[in-house]
Write a protein that binds this ligand. Structure first.
Ligand SMILES: [Mn+2]
Length: 362
């Protein structure tokens, strides 16, 4: 579908017009604090304008994500508003305990908005409807690499987070200020996607927005604990596997770590997600590119590697991931590779070395 770019004021007007009565906000799958915080905050803002709003993710929320958003002062269900929306839309209720929630048709009566999804396939179960051009009506995103897929889109590729975009939007929707839960949700989204306000996508505007969120009475220290210091002991053990596997390459400029299914089984951690470890290689002096390979089973039972790349200063890791059909930002990107570990590592190391050498010449 041809996507029409709109400015933030026009996006706000689309949401505020009286015809927009029922709004469904879709997050991306494998949800993170940015997509969930953005969805919950936008839901709160639109509800206070009298709209009926449901926030929906095609995946269930992890305990960690729920803990983060419960700390924002509103109970966060593992299925967000999925159950309420099926009831309202007359769709079959889902009684399974599966992680993936089945999609159902979102008729014309819903104004559908996606937050933080760079491409239609990231909507999970709703990807087919998006690929057919039926949804969403409006998208908000900040990813450096992505394909606009909504009827109207607001994309700010310089923004550190979708949370920052939604905060700017909420200033138009709610000119008299934000309630504390909404400000807290936005803070979690921004703090998380900006790497605790450390990435180079952080600008004075990010800090001004954060300051305004402080002025809404948020407990930033408590929220930071919920986002960053709230890992389970199992998660810590997964990190230990990562640290143990870490090796350096290309003269100490590349750090590679991997977690195989066999290593997880040997450690008794079969059911523990490998999450929040992508920053580890870059904490070593001299490392420009971090490569994280996580072995996993696809839905049809094949083994593949979910790959995350990070760079410290100049290496374009989005370009590397694009070679494997993935994408992301200059400094943070991901892709999937179906190959044995040694082969996947070899290919990634070669491309990372090239990116580092190309960057050094500049
Ligand atoms: Mn994001």
């Amino acid at each position: 579908m041809d996507s029409i770019g709109v400015n933030l004021q026009a996006a706000a007007e689309l949401l505020m017009r009286p015809e927009t009565r029922n709004v469904v906000i879709l997050t991306h799958i494998a949800p993170d604090p940015d997509t969930i915080g953005s969805a919950l905050a936008l839901r709160g803002a639109l509800r206070s304008l009298g709209k009926q709003v449901w926030a929906v993710c095609a995946d269930r929320l992890s305990d960690r994500l729920r803990a983060i958003f419960n700390a924002c002062g509103e109970d966060c269900s593992p299925r967000l508003d999925y159950d309420e929306l099926t009831k309202y839309a007359g769709a079959a209720p889902d009684t399974s305990n599966a992680n993936k929630l089945p999609p159902f048709g979102l008729s014309e009566e819903f104004f559908v908005v996606s937050v933080d999804a760079a491409a239609d396939h990231l909507l999970g179960g709703w990807a087919d409807e998006a690929q057919a051009g039926r949804i969403p009506d409006l998208m908000f995103d900040h990813h450096a690499v992505g394909t606009p897929f909504a009827r109207f889109c607001y994309i700010d590729r310089a923004s550190c987070s979708t949370g920052q975009i939604i905060a700017e939007l909420c200033e138009i929707l709610l000119p008299d200020g934000f309630p504390k839960p909404l400000a807290s949700q936005l803070y979690c989204a921004i703090a998380s996607d900006s790497g605790r306000f450390m990435y180079d996508s952080v600008t004075s505007q990010t800090l001004r927005i954060a300051a305004r969120l402080y002025d809404c009475g948020i407990d930033a220290a408590e929220l930071n604990r919920a986002v960053f210091n709230n890992k389970s002991f199992e998660q810590f053990q997964i990190e230990r596997l990562c640290y143990n596997s870490l090796r350096l390459g290309h003269g100490g400029t590349i750090g590679v770590l991997s977690v195989t299914l066999a290593a997880k089984t040997a450690a008794g951690l079969d059911n523990v997600e490998v999450d929040g470890v992508a920053h580890i290689p870059l904490t070593i002096a001299g490392v420009e590119v971090g490569i994280i390979l996580k072995q996993q089973l696809t839905d049809d039972g094949h083994e593949e590697y979910a790959v995350s790349l990070r760079s410290a200063r100049y290496a374009d890791v989005a370009a590397i991931c694009a070679r494997f059909g993935g994408g992301g930002h200059l400094h943070a990107a991901g892709c999937r590779i179906s190959a044995p570990l040694a082969e996947a590592e070899h290919a990634l190391l070669a491309l990372a070395a090239e990116a580092i050498d190309a960057g050094k010449v500049q």
